[in-house]
Design a protein around this ligand. Structure first.
Ligand SMILES: Cc1ncc(COP(=O)(O)O)c(C=O)c1O
Length: 343
């Protein structure tokens, strides 16, 4: 089967340099054996953190076990009960959970309309948004978010999970797309999507990163990232840095898929992400279409409530730089033949 749902956007998971870096580091042991402050830190963790900070253009960075753990680390490490956070209604579940764990008051604004934050006692300390919204593939209008956050004196945090390696000229994400220098902004990210590995990070001003490092429970009380994975992520960052044309190749693939799918009559949004949702009506239609595609050898999952809002059932097609022209054409043909007689 051919999968059109992987977030390994640049095909780096199987890149020879990434695999070799992982293999070599594994010869020294697979597990890190302990939390970072309790003997689990190896030089590769420090190298990876320095490389992430360089890539993001920030003073500092820290890595944790996943992107999910990174959002929890950021929110619980930086904030305390009673603090206020401003959040987009379509922000990722790990942001919602991070806010719950931190015990903060979350003010949720309608999707992509930060100016419509509900009134509350106390100003937000943190204004957090997905860079690319994971189920729709649209990009946050970062300049609007920054303007609102500045007006409230809040720190801007952008979760670039689906933007890193995809959005912006060299894949540096939403800030690059809008030409906004990192400044005091904090980036949360994952090593598990375009970087093809596993793990998560927080990058930003050193004082903020160090506060999170000393307080966040997903950092302090969790075993450090396996060194082979850290080495693999370091290699993936090197490849992305050295070969930014991979980002352009991905864009070409996505544009090709969208043109072809639009020819079938689907309404496709033109976004800078690699996520293409196909809205197909109800749960039943979405499942049947996904099943039919699977019978033809294509994995395209149907998404229904609670992953997406009720009544917004969809197929979510993710094309990567590793897909061949014929594979995309095959999917389009299967979509055309599978979708036309659905009730
Ligand atoms: C926006 C966003 N943030 C965070 C995560 C979590 O990353 P990870 O899978 O590395 O835990 C994901 C996806 O899984 C995501 O889509």
């Amino acid at each position: 089967v051919i999968t059109f749902s992987s977030n390994d956007y640049l095909g780096l998971s199987g890149h020879p340099e990434v695999v070799e870096a992982c293999r070599r580091e594994a010869l020294g042991g697979v597990g890190s054996g302990a939390a970072r402050a309790l003997g689990g830190t190896r030089s590769v963790h420090l190298e990876l953190e320095a490389a992430i900070a360089r890539f993001e253009g920030t003073e500092s960075a820290l890595v944790v076990g996943s992107g999910y753990a990174a959002n929890v680390a950021l929110l619980s490490g930086l904030l305390a009960r009673g603090d206020v956070v401003a959040s987009d209604e379509l922000n990722h579940a790990s942001i919602i959970d991070g806010c719950r764990i931190a015990g903060v008051t979350t003010l949720v604004h309608p999707h992509a309309r930060p100016a419509e934050l509900p009134p509350a006692e106390g100003s937000p300390r943190v204004w957090i948004t997905d860079g690319v919204f994971s189920m729709d593939g649209d990009v946050a209008r970062l300049p609007d978010v920054v303007a609102e956050a500045e007006a409230h004196g809040a720190l801007v945090v952008v979760d670039e999970a689906h933007a890193t390696g995809v959005v912006g000229e060299t894949g540096r994400g939403t800030g690059e797309l809008f030409g906004l220098a990192p400044g005091d902004r904090v980036t949360v990210g994952t090593l598990s999507k375009a970087l093809g590995c596993s793990g998560g990070f927080v990058a930003g001003p050193a004082a903020i990163v160090e506060e999170i490092r000393s307080r966040a429970r997903t950092y302090v009380f969790s075993t450090a990232l396996p060194p082979p994975i850290a080495a693999a992520a370091l290699a993936a960052l090197r490849v992305l840095d050295a070969e930014p044309n991979r980002v352009e190749a991905l864009r070409t693939q996505v544009a090709h898929l969208r043109t072809r799918v639009a020819e079938l009559g689907y309404a496709v949004a033109d976004t800078p992400s690699a996520i293409t949702p196909l809205h197909v009506g109800d749960v039943e239609r979405a499942r049947r279409l996904s099943d039919r595609l699977h019978q033809r050898g294509f994995v395209v999952p149907a998404l229904s409530y609670p992953i997406v809002p009720l009544g917004q059932d969809r197929l979510r097609v993710v094309v990567t730089a590793a897909h061949g022209y014929a594979e995309i054409e095959g999917l389009v043909e299967a979509l055309g033949e599978s979708g036309h007689d659905l009730p």
